[in-house]
Design a protein. Structure first.
Length: 770
DNA sequence: CAGTGAGCGAGCTTCCGCTTGACTT
């Protein structure tokens, strides 16, 4: 018999709360939403006022059964899902699916997990807020309508299996537009001039200062140096200004993802799964949140920890307020559960993330850092337009910097100003030497996973629970790839000035190398252009913000949800129908020119399997020739010469043991083929110039590696192999893999045992498909 | 894993947001 049944969304939360509530209460979890729109067709009855067709989620069958059994015996059921739109809907779905009795059901909310907050919630129950539920239904129905009408249109007009949606399509748009800005960017260059000075009094102090203006051309630089020949310099002013730095707010999901990426290079999904484990172990509060708020208990705990560890003057109580658009603030900020734990006992990566969260939280309750900024000015006497300045910074009091410094994104990084020598106004200086170095302006920074999340949050698009999945979806659809790209080289000019001598020289610098950046693919670009051409309203960056306003007015009871949907859907559906009938297939085709050998046109477009180059057209008598574009080549930017180069592969290198050896470039880069064996080329090998000798070397290496992987083969059937893999030993059979159970030593496996494992695995496979 | 790229047509794909494990080669 259960007296009180409390239902929350997360099992870890259930465990914690149960401790606070005592014996009279049983706490269970719904594991998020328990039902959703039917997946078959639209799942919405458009003619009946957009009535949703809900289906119990298949993976929640057991959860629902357990909850139903428990709720039947309970005297009172407390629906304690989160205090936001989605949480309210979860409460309502529970009420409906579990067929609860209104007289024996109460709705409670709390947004911090403290005994006080929970007792308070129990004492102040309310009813299910149907306005809020309807706002959620409107959100859900709108997303389904957009996603399930646009995606099939793409299958027809571009390529099968593609997808479009309110969130993912705008994320791709951001990347495509940034990429085009970069392609169109024309760098500008100017000479940055620095001077190394020494005081002519004691000769003890040296300082490097920068000229206040950059000069466009080398002749302007030479003219400048000519004009200062033989000149002496003097400090005209030493200005000191007090400054301060304040700590950043505690972590939300998005800021945690950004900072973990900057400091440790974690991907957003990596950060989330580490945080999940810390949460389940009870080390941190909930990790999917848009709130920077700390509970009063947490603020007090931070205060006593700071005073104990660093002293009274390091503490300053602070309250932060959320700036993010559309924040729903159902939870606290992400913080340690126990402020006194500077570290926790966990795996290395988890420990790193915990420590980051601890530092950020503690720092947020610490005093400002105080500093003094100094600017030393050194005028050029015969030209009042020019002066050299040096800037320095001295830390007077470290404050929160004692524990934590927030990192900057690469494009915002600046030179760190250090300490300046104690020069004063009127001090005479000698110019020991000066250097003018040509500096190019940088193109706009490409997005990383984390900076994309930041941008989406600023636009109010997506939620803490969806940032990581969205990024993985747009990569899965091949709209976007995350990769490194090597830099390119360019020559820059340098001019030096020393002992009244002017010398010019040249230097090679690499620029534009990228690490773990998101690049839109050709498919991403073509899909994006198609969607913008026909559905500019949904693709607008403010579309989500606009509909959010409408959801809010539904939540406040001022608007009827199906009327709002109708107002959106009618014109939207018309544009879908129009595009269906009137728009052309989009292949992104671009004609590059004529093939000098055959005189046939050379073109690039998206083919069935991705971007391809093609010589000749389907109408020609001869079949056209095809070649896949390489990963770093794009329909929009490839040249005729580069395209023609692609047709030189595959190259026949000759024979080895009577079998042909050829080289080509595949999905995973350049490879050598020998019979049915494929061996990847090494970085230093070039597929266009590699010779047979080197190719055989690679083949032998690959054969050896394969032999090492192999644990066992059977005489009975060549097709079965026992091999060693990343996840332990496994059996291959007819191109499928089956894991060897841990209880069996793979070396002792018999043929019969293998067949048994394979049969078992196949059964599992067919079950899954249902 | 790495060959492909005509056209036909069956049957499939797809959204966002709330949650965890099961599973991966």
């Amino acid at each position: 018999m259960i007296k009180n049944l409390v239902i929350v969304e997360s099992p870890a939360k259930a465990k914690t709360i149960e401790k606070f509530l005592g014996k009279e209460f049983t706490v269970m979890s719904s594991y998020g939403h328990i039902r959703d729109l039917a997946k078959k067709d639209l799942g919405i009855e458009k003619e009946k006022g957009y009535k949703p067709k809900y289906i119990q989620s298949p993976d929640k069958k057991n959860v629902i059964k357990e909850l139903r059994d428990a709720s039947k015996t309970a005297e009172m059921v407390w629906l304690a899902s989160d205090e936001d739109r989605e949480g309210e809907a979860i409460a309502w779905h529970l009420f409906e699916v579990l067929k609860l009795d209104a007289n024996k059901t109460k709705r409670i909310v709390f947004h911090e997990i403290t005994p006080k907050a929970i007792t308070n919630a129990i004492q102040n129950p309310r009813e299910i807020d149907y306005n809020l539920v309807n706002a959620q239904q409107a959100r859900r129905v709108l997303d389904r309508l957009v996603g399930f009408e646009l995606s099939p249109l793409l299958w027809k007009k571009v390529k099968p299996s593609l997808s479009a949606g309110r969130v993912q399509s705008v994320a791709v748009r951001l990347l495509v537009e940034r990429e085009r800005e970069i392609i169109a960017f024309e760098p500008d260059s100017a000479f940055r001039i620095t001077g190394d000075f020494q005081d002519s009094g004691s000769g003890k102090f040296e300082l490097t200062a920068e000229l206040n203006k950059r000069l466009k051309t080398s002749s302007q630089v030479t003219d400048f140096y000519e004009s200062i020949k033989g000149q002496d310099f003097q400090v005209s002013s030493v200005q000191k200004k007090p400054g301060k730095k304040s700590p950043a707010a505690p972590f939300t999901t998005s800021t945690l993802q950004q900072e973990a990426a900057r400091k440790f290079g974690f991907s957003v999904s990596q950060t989330m799964s580490l945080a999940q484990r810390l949460y389940e172990a009870g080390h941190i509060t909930y990790m999917r949140t848009d709130s920077v708020n700390l509970s009063n208990d947490a603020i007090a705990a931070a205060e006593s920890e700071i005073k104990k560890s660093y002293g009274e003057n390091y503490h300053k109580a602070r309250k932060y307020s959320t700036k993010a658009k559309g924040a729903q603030e159902a939870h606290e900020a992400i913080r340690p559960t126990y402020m006194q734990n500077h570290t926790v006992d966990a795996q290395n990566a988890e420990q790193k993330l915990y420590s980051l969260i601890w530092k950020r939280t503690i720092a947020s309750q610490m005093s400002d850092a105080k500093l003094e900024k100094t600017t030393i000015s050194i005028p050029v006497k015969n030209n009042s337009d020019f002066k050299f300045t040096a800037q320095g910074e001295v830390l007077l009091f470290d404050g929160f910097l004692k524990v934590y410094i927030e990192s900057l994104d690469d494009d915002k990084k600046e030179d760190v100003a250090g300490l300046l020598p104690p020069l004063k106004e009127g001090d005479n200086l000698n110019l020991i030497q000066s250097n003018a170095i040509e500096r190019y302006s940088n193109y706009p920074a490409r997005y990383t996973e984390a900076t994309l999340v930041k941008k989406l949050e600023e636009l109010g698009i997506g939620r803490p629970s969806t940032y990581a999945p969205t990024i993985s979806t747009i990569q899965k659809r091949n709209y976007v790839v995350k990769e490194d790209r090597p830099g390119k080289e360019r020559t820059i000019q340098q001019i030096s000035f020393k002992a009244d001598q002017i010398k010019a020289s040249k230097k090679v610098e690499t620029y534009g190398s990228e690490k773990s950046k998101l690049f839109p693919t050709d498919v991403g670009m073509v899909v994006n252009d198609y969607l913008i051409e026909h559905f500019d309203k949904v693709m607008d960056y403010s579309f989500t913000a606009n509909v959010e306003k409408e959801f809010d007015s539904i939540a406040e009871g001022q608007r009827q949800w199906s009327a709002m949907i109708d107002e959106f859907y009618k014109p939207f559906h018309q544009t879908v129908e129009f595009a269906e009938e009137h728009s052309e297939r989009k292949s992104g085709e671009r004609i590059l020119g004529d093939d000098p050998e055959s005189g046939k046109p050379v073109l690039v477009r998206i083919g069935k399997y991705g971007p391809i180059a093609q010589i000749g057209t389907a109408e020609d008598e001869e079949k056209p020739q095809f070649a896949s574009l390489r990963r770093d080549q794009h329909i929009e930017t490839i040249t005729l010469e580069e395209a023609l180069e692609l047709f030189k592969l595959p190259r026949q290198l000759g024979e080895h043991n009577g079998k042909k050896v050829s080289v080509s470039i595949g999905r995973f880069g350049p490879y050598v083929r020998y019979d049915s064996l494929f061996a990847s080329l090494k970085k230093e090998d070039d597929p266009y110039s590699i010779n047979l000798e080197r190719a055989i070397e690679l083949i032998k290496e690959k054969q050896e590696a394969d032999a090492k992987k192999l644990i066992k083969v059977f005489d009975e059937a060549e097709k079965i192999k026992v091999q060693n893999g990343k996840y332990g030993p496994y059996i291959t059979h007819k191109r499928k893999n089956y894991r060897v159970p841990k209880s069996i030593d793979p070396k002792t496996l018999t043929y019969e045992q293998c067949m048994e494992i394979i049969e078992k695995g196949q059964k599992k496979g067919t079950k899954k498909k249902k």
